[in-house]
Ligand binder design. Sequence first.
Ligand SMILES: *Cc1c(COP(=O)(O)O)cnc(C)c1O
Length: 479
Amino acid sequence: MRSHLLNDATAESYRRAVTEGVARVADRLAATRAPFTGVTPAELAPVIDAVDLDRPLGDSSAALDELESVYLRDAVYFHHPRYLGHLNCPVVIPAVLGEAVLSAVNSSLDTWDQSAGGTLIERKLVDWTNGRIGFGPAADGVFTSGGSQSNLQSLLLAREEAKTDDLSKLRIFSSECSHFSVQKSAALLGLGQDAVVSVPVDRDKRMRSVVLAAELEACRAEGRVPMAIVATAGTTDFGSIDPLPEIAALADEYGAWMHVDAAYGCGLLASPTRRHLLAGIERADSVTVDFHKSFFQPVSSSAVLVRDGATLRHATYHADYLNPARTVVERIPNQVDKSLQTTRRFDALKLWMTLRVMGADGVGQLFDEVCDLAAEGFALLAADPRYDVVVAPRLSTLVYRYVPAGAASPEEIDRANMHARKALFASGEAVVAGTKVDGRQYLKFTLLNPETTAADIAAVLDLIAGHAEQYLGETLVHA
Ligand SMILES: *Cc1c(COP(=O)(O)O)cnc(C)c1O
């Protein structure tokens, strides 16, 4: 069994096993004709149940054979041009290469004595990102497991920096389109049920800064403390970007921590043509970036960045076995002092490989392409009488709803759209997402694949209309 451990004696079997695995996945990727097979949980559960985990196959080729039926055949493939569902991207090859390297070497980024150069590489990428944001030399940050953790950590720092110990007094302001991890973080941080003030958005789904100003004023008048304002740079549903300069001015005025959640919009940091959309982000106290969304990195690859690195001390605890206070005096670099995690993946290596092979412009151009595609898709939807589209895209999402020509109640239209989404998923021909707008059921394209074309979008719209029409036709017959 020791022969399965990766070491110098097993280098050859490592090479063989990984090469075979890579060859199979490459074949599979090249052969996918649709993003999904449409398999149901009821169909797949018995296949997985039938595997006896206490009877190992002993051999990686056999395990790869088995993997075909338990996983690879029916996985959801984000690289397929008709996967238009959630914020999942196809991944760039240099990053996948980085992934293979980092898991084989298996550095852990908590301390220098478990990572050495890995720590310095992560720090250099944090500095690079801070440079793109426009932060000064005091800035710092750390890689995280995702945007949710980055938001949690940012709000932890904001709570610790707030000028009160009475948690019940603290308020967080974020738009009604902000990510639900803001609510979750508030709960985890021990803030009250109504700690998060939901600020309405304008027609373009951007936080209304006039209402924010009024809410801040009311908060102060009631003797509460505005702990943080969360501006979203790329809302999950609409890709809308809150007015960052106005929000920064209000954060200054009311002494609130300004957090920018750029989990989705961070791709603009590398965009050769759209960086200006993030103007004002440099005035934030903290920023969330999800490289695994708009930098085409495999999950996970994310970071939290702070304008003043000293604030990261709120995440610092010392353990004798790991990072005793002496290491600070001896100036031994470690990242665990800045992180909510202890053992931590060297995810930064993927971004490193990406930048070294493609450069920032290379990856930024990919994001530009999907933003351009979204503009084309918007034109298609706006010209199509079968569809109602919500808002012109800032980034790469489109939220729309099928509306029949004849009379149908809003509830029937809701059900027709829901049915179309499910029927499309069951067919596997395309995958789209859904969301609610003003209580009504809408559908959503999240465009993150530069290989998707306007023709793909048009074809998927025809498929959706077909499913919705069939549904309405059947309900009329049955009515
Ligand atoms: C996706 C997303 C998050 C959460 O990020 P995860 O990496 O999924 O944890 C937070 N905020 C926004 C705006 C997002 O789109």
